[in-house]
Design a protein around this ligand. Structure first.
Ligand SMILES: NC(=O)c1ccc[n+]([C@@H]2O[C@H](COP(=O)([O-])OP(=O)(O)OC[C@H]3O[C@@H](n4cnc5c(N)ncnc54)[C@H](O)[C@@H]3O)[C@@H](O)[C@H]2O)c1
Ligand SMILES: [Zn+2]
Length: 365
């Protein structure tokens, strides 16, 4: 069982210069949500959740909400598509929700991304708030205003930038989160250290189990790093691309596994991507070989090595050719230049990409 020491910890981050969503983190976040409702007047409120967050989280949130309607979707990435959006838009239409209505997204990254997209497009956009309930959503997906859904097997192919009116991060929701999901979120925590905090990485790399982590502090740390990057470059013209470290290869792997009997979780695919892309960072002359070995060893402590076949490699590559970040047909990588520093818009030849996947599969030690 994971312990966290900061039950009274509370932190508010003033995030963006334009229409800033306040990000509340810690023990008082749900009270802050309650205050938000006292200071706003919405005609209707729809709480969107999935079956798991409806069981585990909604009873805890409900006392903090004014009168509202609920809608429960089936859980999982395979439901993050337009069919689910249609079901939500239908419900909103049936409820006659107008432009002064609000959507509350109670769930992980799937509900947050989908609910934000649905709200951001309904009647050309209505307000929404994020109440993230997975570690991945608390440290990453709920921050930064990217919302959207998958299209066929392409990740986040349809979407927009839409800022929530507020983000309310209550770490105690994580108490019911399955361990595999907790690890998945930890991948983004590792990424934030590798791109944004060299000193933090030195401390993080000594840990061998998530049980010793102070999750509330880890969430605050990640949100701070992500917010600072997003603030500098909201629409991803430059600095924000750093957040894609591990994601060019990781997204391709995640997409390829989407329809498999046992899909990989987002963080599990990104963990593989970070090992490959750390190796590419070394090959491009940015990172030392020792640092790559350290990163690989650390990541494999938390994410058991997957058996990837050579036949899959070319499928992954085909998917990378469709990556949203590509420019002029060239696959673009965000690499690291030593922990804490990054290099964006790096083109890497196919042969090296294939070799980086080989490197992932090699045994360590
Ligand atoms: N918008 C962004 O900037 C951004 C960033 C990173 C990831 N993402 C997206 O986030 C998604 C992944 O998010 P995720 O990992 O949170 O997955 P998820 O939303 O599918 O949640 C994982 C599982 O945990 C369950 N769950 C959620 N909270 C729970 C709780 N408190 N107790 C028990 N069960 C709970 C869910 O029902 C689900 O089965 C991907 O689609 C990814 O593309 C978006
Ligand atoms: Zn990610």
């Amino acid at each position: 069982m994971i312990k966290w020491s900061s039950s009274t910890f509370y932190f508010i981050l003033h995030n963006f210069p334009l229409n800033p969503p306040l990000i509340h983190i810690g023990a008082l976040s749900l009270q802050a949500l309650s205050t938000f409702f006292q200071t706003t007047s919405y005609t209707q409120i729809l709480v969107l959740m999935d079956e798991n967050t409806s069981d585990a989280c909604y009873p805890l949130l409900k006392p903090f909400l004014p009168p509202h309607k609920t809608l429960v979707l089936p859980p999982g990435e395979q439901h993050k598509h337009l069919q689910s959006c249609m079901a939500v838009w239908q419900e909103m239409t049936d409820l006659r929700m107008d432009r002064k209505a609000l959507v509350v997204n109670l769930g992980g990254g799937v509900i947050g991304d989908l609910g934000g997209f649905v709200a951001g497009t309904y009647k050309r956009g209505i307000d929404f708030v994020q109440v993230p309930t997975t570690l991945l959503a608390q440290v990453d997906a709920s921050v930064g205003g990217k919302v959207g859904v998958d299209f066929k097997a392409f990740k986040n192919q349809i979407g927009l930038f839409a800022e929530p009116k507020g983000v309310f991060i209550w770490p105690d929701f994580l108490e019911t989160l399955p361990e595999r999901e907790l690890h998945s979120g930890f991948a983004e925590v590792i990424k934030h250290h590798l791109i944004g905090d060299a000193k933090g990485w030195e401390a993080l790399k000594t840990i061998r189990s998530m049980e010793t982590l102070d999750l509330a502090a880890i969430i605050q740390h990640s949100v701070k790093i992500k917010s600072a990057i997003v603030k500098a470059d909201r629409k991803e013209h430059g600095a924000r691309k750093a957040l894609n470290f591990g994601h060019t290869i990781g997204h391709a792997i995640e997409s390829e596994y989407l329809d498999s009997p046992v899909p990989l979780l987002h963080g599990e695919a990104i963990a593989i991507g970070m090992i490959c892309e750390a190796w590419l960072s070394w090959k491009q002359g940015f990172l030392s070989e020792t640092a790559v070995a350290e990163i690989k060893e650390f990541i494999l402590t938390f994410f058991p090595q997957q058996k990837l076949s050579k036949a899959q490699f070319s499928h992954f590559y085909q998917r990378m050719l469709n990556d949203k970040k590509n420019q002029g047909g060239a696959i673009q990588f965000s690499l690291i230049e030593g922990p804490g520093r990054y290099q964006i818009e790096q083109e890497v030849p196919r042969e090296l990409i294939m070799k980086s996947l080989d490197f992932y599969g090699e045994e360590i030690g």
